[in-house]
Design a protein around this ligand. Structure first.
Ligand SMILES: Nc1nc2c(c(=O)[nH]1)N[C@H]1C(S)=C(S)[C@@H](COP(=O)(O)OP(=O)(O)OC[C@H]3O[C@@H](n4cnc5c(=O)[nH]c(N)nc54)[C@H](O)[C@@H]3O)O[C@H]1N2
Ligand SMILES: Nc1nc2c(c(=O)[nH]1)N[C@H]1C(S)=C(S)[C@@H](COP(=O)(O)OP(=O)(O)OC[C@H]3O[C@@H](n4cnc5c(=O)[nH]c(N)nc54)[C@H](O)[C@@H]3O)O[C@H]1N2
Ligand SMILES: [Mo]
Length: 703
């Protein structure tokens, strides 16, 4: 469902050139409709399918052995400690150790490199993917990551996966063969981060399957964006020279960027109030109390409610949140369940809610102050920025198409004024911006002082933009005018095309990856560190492993459902961003109303609908069997969905009557989804339950 224009163009081009496409989706989605094969997998069981595929490919040799030996940590050696934990076998300097094919001598590899072709002393090696049977070091059984991964996959056969996924073993086996023996081949992993507690593991295993083919930074495989390459290359250059990396937003990629983000929110030094972000404080509090807690609650809303309600402490002191600034986010509609954020924003101790938005969204209903932002058609952005997920390295920016229609303000100007009101020091914000992005504070300050004399609105944003253009022109040895002209004519300022970029910065071919070790990592050092820190749930497996979706307590996914019970699924709508941003747009809304049954309805299979006496258009009552949450919807009876599954487009159910076209249309998924998160990053377990359906008669009673 993820509509990203350049990816759709690439998808269509690939299709035209004869790519075979297999779509896994419980319903026939827009993508599945364009595929050669639609596999209607049982919701929540994708990980089972992928684990079986991974095992099949490894067992049958459908992988690029040379790539795995040279560029991945598959040959690195591991052993199990007394607690049964996988530990890397390292030398006295903590460097990874491997075996060379046909010998039992240990070799140390450089800790950070893009290849395993020679050891730390420069001896050429042919890394072994398998240690000899019964190989031991200091009395410990030692094996390669490859062997350990196979051990983790023990029993994960196509026959095993067939039971939960509902896809027969022969099909799984055939797809593993076709995928593993076709070059190039690509797993499009999906994008949405929520749904099940095994989502992060699913993404990891999808990446592993991709890497078995060596299909990274190669045409037809997984190619990192131009911007990502640019940042990674800068970072690696700094590392090689022993210099500090540049400003994080401009010069960090991959794991170092992730660590920077974690540190930003978790380190008390970054907060004037001397406490970490509330999510981190909450996690620490829960851990200390021996309760379930989230290991890396980066940018998650876990703990906010407790902080508002006075249930959060830090170092024995109350940690209370009493004001919220919401910028371009609609949590009442987009986080789960809708009641949670209404309770947060409507709490008697919540003294101030400021919302910066362009529309009368559901969240703005809960704001004390609404600061109207100019819309994307009315504004020039304060920066030049990388061209999204495009493979080429290019800069772009937005030019205002029209002057602002109303009395609106630019976000940077709002934030600058807010920081001045709060701290009395505008300049502090500029210094932070310089630290994070490299935009020189002093130049921006001067330019802003000039501009604010004549510009009632947007002076700071415009100052940033001018300095950005100048700084970029200097870097590219051109003039701001030339960049401006190119951008106006072409939309992008191309720095380097994909081929040139891959030629010198292809990862891991030419440069190390921005991972811990520079290699493709099947054994994940990040998860190893989290496990060592005491996180021992299967979600923290250092390798690819099984985690079941728990839609019903203690009930496997292949057990029959009750006659009125269904798995729950949702997805994006082609015409709407999330559940609000353009739902009220007159043209798009006309399409939504024209397709009301499909976009606004609750998809249900005719075999199940008939048994329940349900026809398209009937009003339904929907109830979450785990939590009792309820809402209503209109039936859309269709064969394009599995019999055991309901599907709802997640874009509707807006409650602000000022959204005149969207108000009253469709069903809000956030009324059925509880607050339940997984333990790694607090991803929402937004489909991990079942729904019971009843037909309502015209009076709203049971028919
Ligand atoms: N029901 C439902 N919930 C969802 C999803 C879904 O599809 N349906 N998707 C999930 C996912 S994957 C994500 S990423 C999140 C996204 O959740 P959000 O970040 O909340 O989503 P957006 O729609 O990008 O932004 C929300 C608000 O930004 C406002 N807005 C739009 N343009 C501008 C602008 O230029 N300036 C300002 N200041 N405001 C602007 C919109 O009017 C809207 O109120 O939601 C998650 N939750
Ligand atoms: N039009 C539009 N495009 C967008 C966005 C938008 O709001 N609107 N938002 C953008 C953002 S932030 C994101 S995160 C991406 C999200 O893009 P995607 O990751 O593609 O997410 P969805 O569209 O939510 O879901 C894709 C499909 O997953 C199916 N599905 C549901 N449960 C399961 C399951 O258990 N297994 C399998 N195999 N399939 C399942 C649904 O039927 C749906 O067809 O879209 C991006 N692009
Ligand atoms: Mo998203």
């Amino acid at each position: 469902g993820a509509v990203s224009t350049c990816r759709m163009v690439r998808f269509a081009t690939g299709r035209k050139r004869g790519a075979k496409v297999v779509a896994l989706d419980p319903r026939r989605s827009e993508t599945a409709a364009k595929a050669d094969e639609w596999l209607a997998i049982r919701p929540g069981t994708d990980l089972d399918f992928m684990l079986a595929m991974l095992r099949e490919m490894m067992e049958e040799g459908y992988y690029d052995a040379l790539f795995l030996k040279q560029h991945s940590n598959m040959p690195f050696l591991l052993y199990r400690d007394e607690e049964g934990e996988w530990q890397p076998l390292t030398d006295d300097q903590g460097r990874p150790q491997i075996l060379s094919v046909g010998s039992e001598q240990l070799y140390s590899l450089p800790a950070y490199s893009n290849r395993n072709s020679s050891d730390v002393d420069g001896n050429p090696i042919d890394p072994a993917l398998r240690a000899p049977e019964g190989f031991e070091v200091d009395g410990k059984a030692v094996m390669t990551v490859f062997q350990a991964q196979l051990a983790e996959l023990d029993g994960r056969t196509p026959e095993w996966a067939a039971k939960s996924t509902g896809i027969d073993a022969e099909t799984i086996r055939r797809i593993a063969f076709e995928f593993g023996t076709t070059r190039p081949a690509i797993v499009d992993p999906g994008w949405h981060g929520a749904r099940y507690q095994n989502m992060m593991m699913l993404r990891r295993v999808q990446a592993m399957i991709q890497m078995l083919t060596g299909g990274i930074d190669k045409r037809g495989g997984w190619i990192m964006s131009g911007e990502f390459h640019h940042k990674a290359a800068q970072m690696i250059e700094a590392r090689e020279k022993g210099e500090p990396a540049g400003p994080p937003f401009a010069a960090l990629a991959g794991i170092p960027f992730a660590k920077f983000v974690v540190e930003t929110f978790s380190d008390v030094k970054n907060f004037a109030h001397g406490r970490p972000g509330w999510a981190w404080a909450f996690s620490a509090q829960e851990q200390a109390a021996g309760r379930e807690h989230v290991a890396l609650p980066v940018m998650a809303d876990t703990g906010l409610k407790e902080s508002v309600e006075g249930k959060l402490n830090w170092n024995g002191e109350p940690y209370r949140t009493r004001a919220v600034l919401i910028n371009a986010a609609n949590p009442v509609r987009h986080y789960y369940p809708d009641t949670r954020w209404k309770e947060i924003l409507g709490h008697p101790d919540m003294e101030l809610v400021v919302a910066v938005d362009v529309l009368p969204a559901d969240t703005t209903l809960w704001a004390d102050v609404i600061l109207p932002n100019s819309s994307y058609l009315e504004r020039a952005e304060p920066a030049l920025y990388g061209n999204g997920v495009n493979h080429d390295l290019a800069l772009t920016t937005r030019y205002a198409a029209i002057d602002p229609l109303y009395d609106t303000e630019e976000t940077p100007d709002i934030l600058l004024r807010m920081s001045n009101i709060i701290s009395g020091n505008e300049y502090g914000l500029l210094q932070w911006v310089e630290k994070l992005t490299g935009l020189p504070a002093e130049s921006v300050k001067q330019r802003y002082a000039e501009k604010r004399k004549t510009m009632p609105h947007g002076a700071f944003s415009a100052a940033c933009r001018e300095v950005y253009f100048e700084q970029t022109a200097e870097r590219l040895h051109t003039t701001p005018e030339a960049i401006d002209q190119t951008l106006r004519e072409r939309g992008i300022y191309q720095e380097q095309d994909r081929e040139a970029l891959l030629e010198h910065a292809g990862m891991p071919w030419k440069l190390p990856l921005p991972s811990e070790s520079g290699r493709v990592e099947f054994f994940a050092p990040l998860f190893h560190a989290l496990r060592q820190g005491g996180n021992r749930l299967p979600n923290f497996n250092v390798l690819g492993g099984h985690i079941a979706a728990e839609c019903r307590p203690d009930t496997p996914m292949d057990m029959p459902l009750a006659g009125d019970e269904f798995y729950f699924t949702y997805g994006k709508t082609p015409t709407v961003s999330y559940a609000s941003t353009n739902s009220n747009n007159p043209v798009l809304s006309a399409i939504n109303h024209f397709k009301k049954e499909i976009y606004g309805g609750v998809w249900i299979h005719p075999d199940r609908a008939e048994a329940l006496g349900i026809r398209t258009g009937d009003r339904l009552a929907l109830r979450n069997t785990a939590t009792g949450q309820q809402t209503e919807g209109d039936a859309y009876v269709t064969r394009l969905i599995r019999r055991d599954t309901l599907f709802i487009h997640s874009s509707f159910g807006s409650e602000n009557p000022k959204l005149t076209r969207a108000y009253g249309y469709g069903t809000a998924t956030s009324k059925l989804i509880p607050y339940r998160v997984e333990p790694v990053v607090a991803g929402f377990r937004s489909q991990e339950f079942t729904i019971k359906v009843r037909k309502l008669n015209e009076q709203g009673g049971v028919a």
